[in-house]
Design a protein around this ligand. Structure first.
Ligand code: ADP
Length: 461
């Protein structure tokens, strides 16, 4: 669910064509599909002495259960601290849960004798610190998916870290008086990556470094931006079973029209006329995603004959505003609150355009999904969006429409340009077909991770 899991599953699937890949994940109650267990389970035997306390008690009650997904081996951490959770995010005491997870992953990587550990985001950041400080420590690569989330917790909440020999968690892992898991990884990983070159550069200065730009600057030579890829077998409108009608670049126009009409019926909005342009929006309703800018422009540009379908959940104030608009402007906008993957795919297939007004965006995935489904992305010029969407007057260079982040006038003008494009139907179709053919798969990007892995292995020698 969300960008990190999409990235991790598509990356490991592609990597498993050439390497042996093992992925460690917490086992949650709310898993969508039952894992294909192989029958192996691995009890956790701490590779270093832990004090007697909560942490070691829970580790003793936890184990890894092996499963297989294609060629990828998955190790689910079956632990009392995760087993009752239905979602991985926004649970109380997550600093404790993810210290357990990191410690368990540290143990697993030694047990499996892997060559290298690749940790993602603050949740597994302590793995890098544990390897750096262990006598048999392995090389590590740490990937930042979003610097806004650092796993920082007040000192008084993290006393349990003392159970792990305390010299492993020096004061330098603290930031602004808090223990900061992500900062620990920035100091100890052999290589650091983030999910686009644009975001890498932005995070080297404040405010985009969220206070840690100085640390990233120290590690500048070991810090690279590698653009995320997508799984084109998973995201292909020709075979996607969730769509009302499958289509390809050759029958795109008829396919989109069919998806549009069926979607309007499905959501109970018999919008007429049906030939108006549709803009889709999907995402977490948080400050980062810039929907406040969009809503302001939406209210100002009432003369533009767009329909909007919005799917998302998050901050209550945004949800309430969207409910209100969806109720009072039923002829223009529809809002559904929730996380709904089938709906998300149907929106991508039906939309003529897809809006991403982010204020910052490490990579973003929906611009790739939109392009694959022939829906023109309208995006703000930030992070990974500015690396992947180019508004050029030359058709062969055009991959979407771009405006300035947080700028209501600029977003409104982008809507005007989108409508002008919509009215030029032959051009719209040419561009939609063209963007469907962009190769956003991992195939050509994967070698960049290979190079980073090589550097990490070399630096550990
Ligand atoms: P982030 O990871 O910051 O949330 P990304 O664009 O990188 O943003 O990835 C989010 C992924 O989750 C996208 O594929 C998006 O379509 C999907 N997503 C977000 N919210 C929803 C939702 N409410 N229903 C279905 N899919 C969603």
């Amino acid at each position: 669910m969300g960008g990190l899991s999409d990235m991790l599953s598509s990356l490991s699937k592609e990597q498993s064509n050439a390497k042996e890949i093992s992925v460690a994940l917490p086992l949650l109650e709310g898993l969508k599909e039952n894992p294909k267990y192989t029958g192996h389970s691995i009890p956790i035997r701490p590779p270093m002495d832990l004090g007697a306390g909560n942490l070691s008690e829970i580790l003793q009650k936890s184990c890894f259960r092996e499963a297989k997904h294609g060629k990828v081996k998955i190790y689910f951490l079956d632990s009392p601290v995760f087993s009752k959770l239905r979602s991985i995010y926004a649970n109380p005491e997550e600093h404790f849960r993810f210290a357990i997870f990191s410690y368990a992953c540290f143990f697993l990587s030694l047990h499996l004798e892997v060559d290298l550990v690749h940790a993602h985001d603050w949740h597994s950041a302590l793995v890098c610190a544990l390897h750096k400080n262990a006598s048999r420590g392995l090389p590590t690569v740490f990937t930042i998916h979003n610097l806004a989330y650092q796993g920082d917790h007040p000192l008084w909440m993290t006393g349990f870290l003392k159970e792990i020999p305390f010299e492993l968690f020096p004061e330098s892992y603290q930031h602004n008086g808090k223990v900061n898991y992500l900062k620990a990884a920035l100091q100890t990983a052999n290589q650091i990556t983030t999910v686009s070159p644009g975001y890498r550069d932005e995070t080297l200065t404040e405010p985009n470094g969220f206070g840690l730009s100085y640390m990233l600057n120290k590690r500048k030579l070991d810090y690279s931006g590698i653009l995320n890829g997508i799984d084109r077998e998973e995201w292909n409108p020709e075979i996607d079973p969730n769509l009302f009608a499958n289509y390809n670049p050759e029958n795109l126009s008829a396919g989109k029209q069919k998806n549009k009409e069926s979607l309007y019926e499905w959501i109970g909005r018999p919008w007429i006329p049906k030939d108006r342009p549709l803009i889709g929006l999907i995402g977490r309703l948080t400050y980062q995603k810039g929907y406040a800018t969009f809503l302001q422009a939406f209210k100002e540009r009432t003369h533009l004959p767009f329909y909007f379908i919005f799917l998302g959940a998050g901050e209550e104030s945004l949800e309430n505003e969207l409910f209100h608009l969806s109720h009072h402007q039923m002829d223009r906008i529809y809002f559904y609150k929730g996380y709904h993957e089938e709906f998300a795919r149907r929106i991508e297939a039906a939309s003529d355009f897809f809006m991403m007004p982010s204020l910052f965006e490490p990579c973003g995935l929906n611009q790739f999904y939109s392009q694959a489904y022939g829906s023109i992305p309208i995006v703000s010029r930030v992070g990974g969006l500015r690396d992947t969407v180019f508004e050029s007057p030359l058709e062969h260079e055009f991959t979407g429409i771009v405006f300035e982040p947080g700028d209501v006038g600029s977003l409104g003008y982008a809507l005007e340009r989108s409508y002008t494009l919509y009215k030029d139907s032959p051009k719209l179709q040419r561009l939609q077909k063209k963007i469907m053919l962009i190769d956003s798969s991992w195939r050509q990007r994967i070698t960049k991770y290979d190079a980073v892995y090589e550097k990490a292995l070399q630096s550990k020698l």
